[in-house]
Design a protein around this ligand. Structure first.
Ligand code: NAP
Length: 344
């Protein structure tokens, strides 16, 4: 390409931002972003896959260029996920790309679907197009961009390969290390931590909680501190073997736009949520269910917000990933708190 790799890196960052903004909106499909560039490396269009049934990111970006009359200038496509080669609800993106003058396709992550990772890339290469991974960019952020693309596709990879959603456990601790709020309050972490917690809800397709949490705190489980995806309806899985949560509570949750379901077992709940097409589940529960989830092995990410000991000091955020992948904190999802990311 006659332009430096930092233009491609900037386009990759933009494509990841577009995709990340749709995390939580696209299930059972993954969030994907695509940016098209001209021969000078200038961005012509960028688009994301909006929701299942809508155009894939590549087709949406191509459509934007077509509308703007710039499609004949498109020479590079930067896509966060390998373009699809199969006919689903929409035509294959590989064909849409091959119908343009695009010469280079820069790809963030392989398609983890068992129907054939790498197939779309092989078709593009066989048709004479250059195909490169984000990691091949000669740019200091290349590794981070590739890592973020891999993390972005994790919930989808988990759903298609393990048959269960990606599970994030979210916990708040007081400065003294207790999950139990002081008398008379329901939340005790900083406004920044609460914003972060609502952003976690936003990217989830389902929330899993226990009867103890509901009976103690009566949480709304809605996304309020950040804008939610328009029309999003989340499943609220309530573990309540003794039927202590009143039916009227379930009715009120329904009125708040949730889809509440009562379960007797964690395994059944996870299986059911996977079957319903949920890509990501957020566990918001008290100490009993938190422990049960961690002991079950049915989790992927454990995020703990700990209240600061000193007034005005930022809360600490500790993120534990089971697979060692970087947590979703790049490129646009930033927090003022210290983030510790041990991999175990
Ligand atoms: N700091 C935080 O992040 C946070 C978050 C939420 C709640 N809380 C606090 O946690 C306290 C409530 O604690 P909790 O432990 O009772 O709440 P919980 O973990 O949300 O709920 C526990 C209940 O879930 C049900 N359950 C179903 N399957 C289970 C399983 N496999 N393992 C464990 N429980 C299962 C049990 O009721 P059945 O036997 O009837 O099924 C159990 O009594 C409150 O003080 C609340 O404020 C703190």
């Amino acid at each position: 390409m006659p332009f430096p790799d930092d233009r491609l890196a900037a386009a990759a960052r933009h494509a990841l931002d577009l995709a990340w903004a749709k995390a939580g909106a696209t299930a059972p499909n993954p969030p994907v972003g695509c940016v098209l560039l001209d021969s000078a490396g200038d961005i012509l269009a960028g688009a994301a896959h909006e929701r299942a049934g809508a155009a894939h990111a590549e087709a949406a970006a191509i459509a934007l260029c077509r509308e703007a009359g710039t499609l004949d200038r498109a020479r590079s496509a930067v896509v966060t996920l390998e373009p699809c080669s199969h006919v689903g609800r929409t035509p294959p993106c590989v064909e849409a790309l091959l119908a343009t003058g695009i010469e280079l396709v820069l790809v963030g992550a392989h398609d983890p679907h068992p129907r054939g990772p790498g197939r779309g890339l092989r078709i593009l290469r066989d048709a004479g197009r250059h195909v490169l991974p984000f990691s091949a960019l000669r740019h200091p952020e290349a590794g981070d961009l590739a890592g973020f693309a891999a993390r972005l596709i994790q919930p989808f990879a988990c759903a298609v390969n393990r048959g269960r959603p990606f599970v994030t456990v979210k916990t708040a601790l007081t400065a003294q290390g207790s999950m139990i709020p002081p008398p008379g309050v329901r939340t005790f972490t900083s406004p920044a931590s609460l914003d972060h917690a609502h952003a976690l809800r936003r990217r989830a397709d389902a929330i899993l909680t226990g009867s103890g949490c509901i009976l103690a705190d009566d949480p709304a489980f809605t996304v309020r501190r950040v804008p939610d995806h328009p029309g999003k309806r989340r499943i609220l899985a309530v573990l309540d073997r003794r039927r202590r949560v009143p039916d009227a509570w379930f009715e009120r949750a329904r009125e708040r736009g949730l889809e509440p379901r009562r379960y007797d077992s964690l395994e059944t709940a996870m299986h059911d949520l996977g079957a319903a097409g949920a890509l990501e589940v957020l566990v918001e529960a008290g100490p009993s269910l938190r422990r049960a989830v961690l002991e079950s092995g049915l989790w992927d990410e454990d995020i703990i917000f700990q209240q600061a000991a000193a007034i005005d000091a930022p809360d600490a955020v500790r993120i534990v990933r089971r697979d060692g992948l970087a947590p979703l904190s790049f490129p646009s999802f930033t927090t003022s708190e210290a983030v510790e990311c041990p991999s175990n």
